[in-house]
Design a protein around this ligand. Structure first.
Ligand code: MG
Length: 386
């Protein structure tokens, strides 16, 4: 079982300020805030972070007030990430920064919006939300006099860039190297990646049941839900708890099972490999943070189930078609009339068009459309196009 660590003591392989590869634009240290705390603070103060509240996770924002949005999803990811970081002696502030920033590049309307924008951008290099998250923190946020973007540390940026094609990796210099050489990022980045999956697997069960798109009986086909649901019912049937509480207790038990396994199994892998420091972690060919084969299979079976039954549900897909039409409509409209965008976006479109023609202009339009919240995209579409 999970052994508790002395609070605040970092494992030797954790990311530390002293071993940080630093920022793109060197800055003096802050008198009382560490570099990773500053990264997290900059993310929370960013415009893109505030917009997450009106961006779809699975359910469009106006469908109901109780569903997850990108913002509450990101907060749940950060909470799981911090819990595991503390238990493993990893850098909690860095994990939190990565988790809070991981979805900053998402378009309005979730994956449907990203697919539509990617199609629009096919002739101009494509659009990928993960790469866009990096673009937001590296270039698009405008807050500081001395540099573009948020000027985050290498470690935060390495964590935000979860995956990347070889073509993009070659253009990213040091940050892209690991995708070419099959290396790993630091443990904090590995953890944030899994915390994201654990968060959405579990909260999508909750949201899917709440929306009436899934039933407990269907979900019980997966062992992770089925076993925990049966246990919760057998413990509580006599006291007559409500269906809602049974579901909450089941989701709680599932998160607990998976998070505990993640801590235990990562401890086993870290003890076996004993990486001396973060550079040794990066040199590994496989991740050192992960689930045991049994928990991994249970977790994946649930993910697979949600993919088929929730994300492909006709009510979710109906939203997808509408999202495609809105994103495509807006992209084409602004490509034809870039002056309809706000001034700073027009300026970017003109500057980039001078450098790289239509591709530059398209990138400025994609940045503008990607930054929109669901409700802003809706109102722009109905004002300009419908
Ligand atoms: Mg996410």
């Amino acid at each position: 079982m999970t052994a508790s660590r002395q609070p605040g003591v970092l494992a030797p392989c954790a990311a530390t300020q002293g071993a940080s590869r630093g920022r793109q634009y060197p800055e003096p240290e802050h008198p009382y805030r560490g570099v990773f705390q500053r990264d997290r603070d900059r993310i929370i103060h960013s415009t893109a972070f505030r917009r997450l509240v009106y961006k779809t996770q699975v359910f469009v924002n106006h469908e109901g007030d109780h569903y997850r949005t990108r913002l509450t999803h990101s907060l749940e990811v950060a909470q799981i990430g911090r819990t595991v970081a503390a238990a493993l002696g990893l850098n909690e502030q860095l994990v939190e920064a990565i988790c809070l920033a991981h979805d900053l590049g998402h378009t309005p309307f979730g994956h449907a919006g990203q697919d539509a924008l990617n199609q629009c951008m096919q002739a101009y290099g494509g659009f990928e939300h993960n790469l866009q998250s990096l673009r937001v923190v590296d270039e698009l946020e405008e807050r500081y006099a001395a540099f573009p973007g948020l000027n985050l540390t290498f470690e935060s940026r390495e964590g935000i860039l979860k995956h990347c094609s070889k073509r993009h990796a070659r253009a990213l210099g040091e940050l892209g190297k690991r995708f070419l050489g099959r290396r790993q990022p630091g443990l904090e980045a590995q953890l944030a990646n899994i915390a994201d999956e654990i968060a959405y697997n579990n909260h999508d069960v909750d949201d899917g049941l709440r929306a009436g798109l899934l039933t407990e009986e269907e979900l019980a086909e997966t062992s992770l839900f089925g076993d925990n649901y049966a246990r919760v019912r057998s413990m509580n049937d006599t006291i007559g708890i409500s269906r809602r509480v049974q579901i909450q207790e089941t989701v709680r038990a599932m998160i607990n099972e998976i998070v505990t396994d993640l801590i235990d199994h990562s401890n086993v892998m870290l003890a076996a490999q004993a990486p001396a420091d973060i550079e040794a972690v990066r040199a590994h060919s496989a991740p050192l943070i992960g689930l045991s084969p049994n928990a991994d299979a249970r977790h994946r079976a649930l993910k697979h189930f949600l993919y088929g039954s929730l994300y492909q549900h006709e009510r979710v897909l109906a939203m997808t078609e509408r999202a495609h039409a809105i994103v495509r409509g807006l992209f084409e409209f602004y490509m034809n009339d870039r002056r309809a965008m706000p001034k700073d976006h027009v300026q970017r479109a003109e500057e980039w068009a001078e450098q790289s023609g239509d591709a530059g202009r398209a990138r400025a339009v994609a940045d503008y459309v990607a930054g929109m919240t669901d409700r802003y995209a809706y109102s722009a579409y109905s004002r300009l196009i419908e």
